[in-house]
Design a protein around this ligand. Structure first.
Ligand code: NAD
Ligand code: DAU
Length: 355
């Protein structure tokens, strides 16, 4: 699938963490030469300010539509107005803890929203080129101390978030099998990097440490995640969109497994070495606090990336050391973005700009 074939690419969730990094990558670094239509509901996790510099530079190639993907007539209008011929689908409720507390919106957005997009893509007819669905390794459930998730690992989701993503993956696959819709799916491990909402482990720990607040580690901190720098994920997605085989799933991972306690320790060391520890704290590691475990907490994720590596030549460029350092420094340099997304100031800004 060549980028030259997609002229009008609908990116959903383009104001979120990975979606905004993807739009940035497409417009600043990739071979993509078409136009982007960014559809985002602007939930608590979506912030158009994450793209303000990109819009200033490339606004003629990127339109924004504030829209809920659960709004089918709204989506039908966007598909028709912009002659959408490709989709990169990021929009989702993405945080596991929130899905445990309030699963309903995960069902609406992640399942119904994905279904609506598939319906629009299907109705777009022969001119429609590709639906790329961005998914998670959490659909596979949990690993023990050994082994890896491959594309053949049976689905076994454990949280409402993971179950909703699994359902959306099945709908995407079924649309390919039943209707011949050209689709690709990627199942990726934990991302980190610039513009990540500070509810996720890495930015939460960075900010809490800088402010001298407790660093809440669930359980005994021995759970393992496979960390991938967000730009590497974006390159992987675009590689699949350009050269992947329709109907195929590709796992994406960082090859950087680490126990939660160890990664929190590394963050503390970066902060202390940069002279950013909170006043009165002798070592940020002293702030680590073990708290009640997450219900249904998956023990370990680890990805076998052989398929995307061997078939498409993708491998991550960033190591955990370089990526983590860059990410922590990004938060030091972007405290105004942090302040605004945390206080909800940006919601007022959205109100005045987008109604
Ligand atoms: P995020 O929470 O940072 O961003 C989600 C975006 O979707 C936000 O801009 C939000 O406003 C938008 N959105 C939410 N509901 C919407 C709706 N109903 N209609 C339109 N827009 C809506 O999420 P993220 O971390 O950037 O994740 C993006 C995608 O990547 C998700 O599909 C997630 O499942 C997947 N994924 C994430 C990771 C990770 O580590 N963060 C790893 C693998 C896969
Ligand atoms: O694996 C991909 C998934 O990674 C994505 O699909 C999800 O959208 C994304 O949120 C992420 O899910 P996790 O649950 O793994 O990420 P989170 O940052 O919430 O937690 C990472 C690990 O750290 C996990 O084992 C739980 C633990 N944790 C998390 C938080 C927020 C803590 O110990 N303390 C915390 O405060």
């Amino acid at each position: 699938m060549s980028d030259k074939q997609i002229k009008n690419l609908l990116v959903t969730g383009g104001c979120g963490f990975i979606g905004s990094n993807f739009i940035r990558y497409l417009l600043e670094e990739s071979s993509f030469s078409g136009r982007i239509i960014n559809v985002d509901k602007l939930t608590y996790a979506g912030n158009p300010e994450s793209l303000s510099d990109i819009m200033a530079m490339h606004g003629s190639r990127c339109s924004f539509e504030k829209l809920d993907i659960c709004d089918l007539p709204g989506l039908e209008r966007v598909f028709s107005d912009y002659s959408v011929d490709g989709v990169a689908h990021f929009a989702a409720e993405s945080h596991v803890d929130r899905s445990i507390a309030s699963p309903g919106v995960f069902i609406d957005t992640n399942i119904r929203g994905t279904f609506n997009l598939l319906e629009c893509a299907r109705k777009a007819g022969d001119q429609f080129k590709l639906f790329h669905h961005v998914s998670t390794d959490e659909v596979y459930g949990t690993l023990g101390k050994s082994g890896y998730f491959t594309e053949a690992t049976p689905y076994s989701p454990n949280s409402p978030y993971a179950a909703s993503k699994a359902a959306s993956d099945h709908l995407v696959r079924a649309c390919h099998k039943t209707y011949g819709l050209p689709v690709t799916i990627s199942n990726c491990s934990n991302n980190y990097g610039p513009f990540q909402f500070p509810e996720k482990l890495i930015p939460l720990m960075v900010l809490n440490a800088m402010e001298g607040k407790p660093l809440p580690v669930y359980g005994d901190g021995s759970n393992v995640r496979d960390w991938l720098y967000v730009r590497d994920h974006c390159i992987g997605i675009w590689t699949i969109m350009e050269r992947g085989t329709p109907g195929r799933t590709y796992n994406i991972g960082g090859g950087c497994e680490m126990e939660n306690l160890a990664i929190v320790g590394k963050i503390c060391d970066i902060i202390d070495n940069a002279g950013k520890k909170a006043p009165g704290v002798s070592s940020s590691r002293d702030l680590i606090t073990f708290v009640k475990d997450r219900p249904g907490h998956d023990f370990r994720y680890a990805i076998d990336c052989s398929r995307i590596n061997q078939e498409l030549g993708w491998r991550p460029q960033e190591s955990l050391e370089t990526g983590l350092e860059k990410s922590v420094l990004w938060y030091f340099d972007n405290m105004e973005w942090v302040r605004r997304i945390r206080t909800g100031d940006y919601l007022n800004w959205i109100e005045t700009h987008y109604g």
